[in-house]
Design a protein around this ligand. Structure first.
Ligand code: SF4
Length: 420
């Protein structure tokens, strides 16, 4: 009998890429998964191309394999195969290239003895719906792929294609299966999650309503939404008990000049109104924010930070702008100095951290927490507002839902000791 070839997966980038690696692994039949790149026969590099820096990391890793394991066949997959695949293949830096739509055929593709370039298309949607589990009770489910927005700084639409959704029936079947196995919290993810359903005559709100009727589904979180995706149908769900009381709404900036340069579809006046409307319903609100994009001069920044102050924000993912060739932003001027961007990043995160602290001081009661597996009597989990909590207890509380009151509010997060 032939010994199966060993495959090592190296994954760069975001959660979507981690999911894609899982899709590939689930399709391998005649190969053996290996956790050491130095003894594998094949190395699949599931690459990220979101910034120029991400491209260099992938390129460096591929070159390092020539030293570490010169006999291994290096295969490029992921977003980088759509931006750099052709040149790396022509330069013979990689043995093969697999595009996004080809992932599910990986078992057959890897059996080829000759170099291959199978880039496929950007309209395909995998038939495998991937889930990822945190502990025994939280599941991430990827419900859509791609993005039809064209933000100036972003390369994603050209490497992942336009938005397309998984079939509702497949998602619900998956949720039913997991809920009957004890999963209570579901987190919906994708490249532009809020665009779910537009290509299928459905919507995020319709999916949420159906999911909520599945027995065992206790809480649903949505990875991220765009402000313009929050319509009346969605707003009607805000008071439902199964909605996590935290929404992540990607603003990216609060200066109208910057939003325009970034080719965003939101405006600050509308964002401000929306955020206050949702916060009034007792929601914590998070956002993504890019600092240091070209054109962000001192005047714009002063206005932007003043506007952040006006927003009822509780969480922030702040990114320092990083150049991506072949995007409109890459040629915009004037660029912002690295140290300026860094200090703006610091100012912004400190401001939102202070807002988060204030929020946690107000919301100390009736916290519904799902705990993950603990160690030495210490458990961690998130409440409905997506604030982290540490629970100390002698009892085994792994994967337990708890209702907590009078938690201690610390700088980094909440805490409580449960006496048995
Ligand atoms: S919404 Fe904008 S930033 Fe987000 S993936 Fe789409 S193009 Fe990129």
């Amino acid at each position: 009998m032939q010994v199966p070839k060993k495959i090592y997966f190296k994954t760069f980038g975001c959660r979507t890429n981690q999911f894609d690696t899982q899709v590939m692994i689930s399709k391998l039949k005649e190969f053996e998964l290996c956790d050491d790149e130095q003894c594998s026969d094949i190395v699949v590099v599931n690459s990220c191309t979101v910034t120029n820096g991400a491209d260099s990391s992938v390129r460096n890793y591929i070159s390092s394999m020539k030293r570490k394991n010169p006999n291994a066949k290096v295969i490029l997959a992921g977003c980088g195969s759509h931006s750099k695949g052709e040149s790396l293949f022509e330069e013979k830096k990689v043995f093969g290239v697999i595009g996004h739509s080809e992932k599910e055929k990986i078992n057959e593709i890897l059996k080829q003895e000759k170099p291959f370039y199978q880039i496929g298309d950007l309209t395909h949607i995998d038939s495998t719906i991937v889930e990822e589990f945190v502990g025994k009770s939280r599941a991430f489910i990827k419900i859509q792929e791609g993005c039809s927005f064209r933000c100036s700084y972003c390369i994603i639409p050209s490497v992942r294609g336009d938005a397309r959704s998984h079939k509702e029936a497949d998602i619900l079947a998956q949720v039913e299966k997991l809920a009957s196995n004890g999963f209570g919290e579901f987190i919906l993810t994708g490249t532009n999650v809020g665009s779910y359903g537009q290509d299928r005559g459905s919507s995020m709100a319709k999916l949420l309503k159906k999911m909520s009727t599945v027995r065992g589904v206790r809480r649903i979180r949505i990875g991220s939404l765009e402000p313009i995706q929050i319509d009346d149908e969605f707003k009607e769900l805000l008071c439902e008990p199964w909605m996590a009381k935290h929404l992540h709404i990607a603003l990216q900036h609060t200066s109208d000049k910057m939003l325009k340069l970034m080719n965003r579809r939101n405006t600050f006046a509308a964002d401000l109104k929306l955020f206050h409307e949702i916060a009034q319903k007792g929601y914590a609100l998070g956002t993504d924010y890019i600092v240091g994009h070209p054109g962000e001069d001192d005047k714009e920044w002063a206005e932007a930070i003043d506007r952040v102050e006006q927003l009822p924000l509780t969480h922030i993912h702040a990114f320092t702008y990083s150049k991506r060739d072949n995007t409109p932003s890459a040629t915009m001027k004037p660029e912002v100095r690295g140290d300026t961007a860094k200090s703006r990043h610091k100012e912004l995160t400190a401001l939102v951290q202070a807002k988060n602290y204030e929020f946690r001081c107000t919301y100390r009661q009736n916290l519904e927490v799902l705990l993950e597996n603990g160690k030495n009597g210490i458990y961690h989990g998130f409440d409905q507002y997506f604030n982290k909590i540490e629970v100390k207890s002698d009892e085994d509380l792994s994967s337990n839902w708890m209702l907590l009151n009078d938690v201690e509010v610390g700088n980094e997060g909440n805490k409580i000791q449960i006496l048995s």
